[in-house]
Structures are given as C-alpha cells and as structure tokens.
Design a protein around this ligand. Sequence first.
Ligand code: NCD
Length: 306
Amino acid sequence: MLKHKDILGLYDLEREEIEEILSLAHRMKDRLRAGDKHGTELEGKSVTTLFYENSTRTRTSFEYAAKFLGAHTVSVSVATSSVRKGETLVDTGKTLDALRCDVIVIRHPVGGAPALLAKTVGAHVINAGDGMNEHPSQALLDMLTMEEKFGSIGGLKVAILGDILHSRVARSNLYGLKKLGASVSVYAPRTLLPPAFSELGATVCSSREEALDGADVVMGLRIQLERQKAGNFPSLGEYAKYYGLDEALLKYAKKGAIVTHPGPVNRGVELTSGVIDGPQSAIEEQVTSGLAVRMAMLTLLTEETL
Ligand code: NCD
C-alpha cells in the first residue's frame, strides 16, 4: 500500500514507498523470468494510457504490465481523440472517471500536467513523463537494474552524462538516488546543465573523466532535440566527440560498472555502438526491469485496504 493516491514523481514519494515498489518489482521480475504473464492482481480494474507525446517502450511497457496482471486496458490515441476538438485535460479526465477507469497513465509535454489531472480525477494517476519535470517509472527501473547488479543503492556512485537540462529522467533519478543514499555526479555542456542540479545535491564535474572516476553506474541521456529551442551545442558530431561516451572513457569508471540509457539512443552520439552493445551495457535489461517496476506500481496503487 502506498501513502499517495498517485505516483507523480520521486520528489514526492517517501523513501519507504520507493523501497516498497522496488521490493515488489524484484518479485515481479522473478515472475517474468519464469515466463509468468498470468497475474491476477489487477483483475476487474481498468487502466488507460493517455499519451500526448511519442513513446514506444514506456507506453508498451505500461500496457503489457497492466495486461500481465489481468487488467482491462485501453490506450487513448490523442491524435484521434476529442483532444483534437479542443477538450481540456480536466474534461478528458472526467470522461475517463465516468467510464470507471481505475488508473490513468499519462505522458504530457507540459510539466505539472499529471499533477493537475490527479487533483481533478478519482482515478489513480501515474506520470509517465511530464515535460522536463519527472519520469518516475524510468528512474525506478534504473534503480531496480542497479539493485539487481549491486545488491543495494546506498553508497553507489552514479555518473549522469548528457542533456541534463531537458531531462526528466535525470531529475527523477537524482531525487530517488539521493533518497536511497547514492551519490550522483553530472557532466554536460554548460548550456545543458541547470545550476539547480548542484543545489539538489549532485556533484557538477568539469570533465567526463572526473564524472566517471570510480563510478558504479554510468547513465547516458538522449539529446532531446525536440525540446531544444536554440542550438545548445554546435553539431551532433562535436557533441559526440566532446561529450559522448566511448569504450576508452568507460575505463575511468569502476571495473564492474554498468552503463544505462533510458532509450531511445542516438547511436554514435551519446554512446558509441561499442558501449551500447558491449559487456557493460544494461540497456536491454533495463527494458525488462521497466515491465517489472510498472507491474509493481500498478499493483501497489490499486491494492485495496482490507
Ligand atoms: C525517456 C523519456 O521519454 O523521457 N525515454 C523513455 O521514457 N524511454 C528519455 C528520452 O526520451 O530521451
């Protein structure tokens, strides 16, 4: 049972709630490994995915997670919905409430949109990424992947490289990792690094080598070209050369370090193919972790008190 009605971000969730989700997610992952897709935790519940932004893995993963637990699922395609006729987010939420929807999974280009929806609907709301704000299920799946590899998060050093300014993944990870006792160092072009990151507890580094030094986890982030109004760096080629990660740089991290990336990756820009497909890459494993984490989130949110 979570204390909150909704999962809007890791800034809001308490440490105990994060641990509860991760602990159930480990059990869900074991079930997935055993090929079990016939859970009953969400039987009789309905889950709607409402995505106002593009997505492959997050949306598919939430839908599979709900189906593997026995829920009814509907995916609203915003391009063909009444949103195109000018319906407001709150009115769309009211419609879903009237349709007896139990959980709304929403992705929206505007930060704060899921919080507004959560305030106005009876259904549980899960934020699947809102603008540059938060992406809690992504950070939780990153943390699950780290726990699987290292046992626990406390004491880990996580280096985050890339477009931190536009990254809801970096923000959610920073909040969650700090709550669980990891240290976070960041490196990016100055134009892609908001000063608030050091106030929030990240160590801002002045080179890739410094950020990677002794890291257990190296997290690459996608350049969010769709959110860049002005050029924040001269060209993708230069970005790759001066800010990307290749196998030689990876040697600065700890020997058993893992490389994560939320996907989709711009191959050869944030990470070279050698890193993406190399032995330290956890990128594919992260996708399965995402399924397990979302199964746990859905279960804990809809659990009834006895
Ligand atoms: C991330 C997102 O959409 O915020 N991707 C994802 O959820 N798989 C990161 C990104 O798009 O770069």
